[in-house]
Write a protein that binds this ligand. Structure first.
Ligand code: ADP
Ligand code: MG
Length: 228
């Protein structure tokens, strides 16, 4: 079997508030293999976002290892971590965080141009990704002219624009109604598959989680396999 895209060992994350220490993650172990789509469930406050932030090298855990494509990132400088993140990882959040003054096409093309791709190639890939997500007719719209589900699709296209190996999605359909959630989730799943990107998708919607390759539940600060 090929090496995992992401390996986590013994991850621990605490938060201090006043004199109290809250232990949110307490020995998380995880392997995500190339191309697999893994659901991450757990009630609100169970640590899903904390785990995704650590996996995305956005913050330093209290203890444990985060290994991205075989490279242990635990002791890297912030600058090196940023480089690994930009080269390997795409993010989708509950809110779309699109640039309001840019069209859907430009929102997806810009990160590619920042990464060094030509404007023409970046726009061609953006058009391709957005078309795959059913947004061919919406590429020249700005975010405010689009529905919530359409905005999230643009955010998914943007996250995949630079061909990451790992997609981290934090309740990507959390702001959408159930019907739209299912449709957006299906799009995310299909596009991740066709791009061959591995994904770790946090949701508290068990119906959506059912469609993933496997599901892990956060309980008492660690992960347990879950059959739905
Ligand atoms: P989830 O995404 O599953 O809702 P989070 O990872 O956001 O869980 O939060 C887990 C717990 O950690 C919650 O109790 C939350 O209040 C707490 N927490 C999260 N971020 C912080 C922070 N920056 N400072 C203090 N407590 C935090
Ligand atoms: Mg969260």
């Amino acid at each position: 079997m090929s090496d995992p895209v992401l390996t986590i060992r013994g991850l621990r994350r605490t938060y201090k508030s006043g004199d109290k220490v809250l232990t949110v993650l307490n020995g998380v172990d995880l392997d995500v293999r190339p191309g697999e789509i893994v659901g991450l469930i757990g009630p609100s406050g169970s640590g899903k976002s904390s785990l995704l932030h650590a996996a995305g090298l956005l913050e330093h855990p209290d203890a444990g290892q985060i290994i991205v494509e075989g490279r242990d990132c635990s002791d890297l400088s912030d600058r090196q971590r940023t480089r690994v993140r930009l080269a390997t990882i795409g993010f989708v959040y509950q809110a779309h965080h699109l640039l309001a003054e840019f069209t859907a096409l430009d929102n997806v093309a810009l990160p590619q141009m920042i990464a060094g791709r030509s404007r023409k190639a970046a726009r061609a890939r953006a058009l391709d990704l957005l078309s795959n997500l059913g947004l061919r007719e919406r590429v020249d719209h700005q975010p405010a002219q689009m529905s919530g589900g359409e905005q999230q699709r643009v955010a998914i296209a943007r996250a995949l624009a630079n061909k990451p190996r790992l997609l981290l999605a934090d309740e990507p359909t959390g702001n959408l109604d159930p019907h739209t959630s299912t449709a957006v989730f299906d799009s995310l799943y299909a596009l991740a598959r066709s791009e061959g990107v591995a994904a770790l998708v946090a949701t508290h919607n068990l119906e959506l989680a059912k469609h993933m390759d496997r599901v892990l539940a956060l309980k008492d600060g660690h992960l347990e396999a879950q059959s739905l």
